[in-house]
Design a protein around this ligand. Structure first.
Ligand code: F3S
Length: 283
């Protein structure tokens, strides 16, 4: 039987890099390792790292007590003040901020210094957006809804720089930008949305179209895994949604010739590998 594993299954490049960084640091066994916020929204991974001595810290206050250890900054990135704090306190750190997020930090820093008012299209309570805000030299505006876009006002002479949270919906971003553009400001739009999610969905759809059965691996509460399942199910009736290998009913795959495997953004590679190996060994 042919087994097709989606290249984009599981962690995106930035998350994989951050998770590998923490495991790498934990493996060195040189002092305590801390992550600023959970490295990924996957309890199993955070728990596994906890067993290896990696501790999650959640606030600048807690950060001050991390002397003698190494802090890993996760893929979402942090504001400038956190770097300042780490340096002030002499705390060693490893920066695993996704390069695509770092790029937004540089844009925001540069444009705000040049007198542009920064607008971030994204979810204001998301750590990535909080971090981006922390790079603007003047207070940035966060916009996530049509109403907020309509209500946005500024002194006319000011120039505006618009960026996006990397995981924001592209269509919605364009709609919100259009509303702001109508206000007649001098606007510079930088679409900083990352296409990792789009790529994962497009690849899953393409594979599901060709195979006899499709396996989607991911947490039951993961909205991006649910979306992947829906996309695959539309193309391939014989699609199953599993959280781990234990949920996989191999008997359902008996009389078929090909099976595709994909996984949500927070599914660890270990689980994907296990599923793949078992399917390959069984047939
Ligand atoms: Fe992932 Fe970085 Fe894109 S964390 S979603 S590759 S911005």
């Amino acid at each position: 039987m042919e087994v097709v594993l989606a290249e984009s299954a599981g962690f995106c490049f930035g998350v994989k890099r951050a998770v590998d960084t923490v495991y790498g640091q934990a493996g060195k066994k040189e002092g305590r390792i801390y992550t600023y916020g959970p490295i990924i929204h996957n309890e199993e991974v955070v728990h596994d790292l906890g067993q290896k001595g990696v501790q999650v810290i959640n606030s600048p206050e807690e950060l001050r007590h991390c002397k003698g250890g190494t802090v890993v900054i996760r893929s979402h990135g942090v504001g400038k003040e956190i770097y300042g704090l780490l340096e002030e306190e002499g705390i060693p750190y490893v920066d695993a901020t996704c390069p695509f997020v770092l790029k937004i930090h540089r844009i925001v820093e540069k444009y705000s210094r040049q007198g542009f008012h920064v607008i971030i299209i994204g979810n204001g309570s998301h750590p990535e957006v909080e971090g981006i805000q922390g790079w603007s030299s003047t207070k940035a505006t966060v916009i996530s809804t049509e109403e907020e876009a309509k209500n946005f006002t500024l002194e006319r002479e000011k120039k505006v720089c618009i960026v996006a949270q990397t995981t924001f919906n592209n269509k919605k971003f364009k709609e919100l930008v259009e509303i702001i553009e109508k206000k007649g400001y001098d606007i510079n739009v930088l679409n900083t949305i990352c296409n990792a999610t789009h790529k994962r969905q497009a690849e899953a759809q393409e594979i599901a179209r060709k195979v006899d059965a499709m396996i989607v691996v991911g947490g039951k509460n993961s909205s991006n895994t649910q979306k992947l399942f829906e996309i695959c199910k539309k193309e391939c009736e014989n699609t199953c949604y599993i959280q781990t290998l234990e949920d996989l009913d191999l008997s359902k795959l008996r009389s078929i010739n090909s099976v595709g495997i994909t996984a949500g953004a927070s599914t660890p590679n270990k689980i994907i590998e296990e599923v793949q190996k078992n399917v390959r060994n069984e047939f």
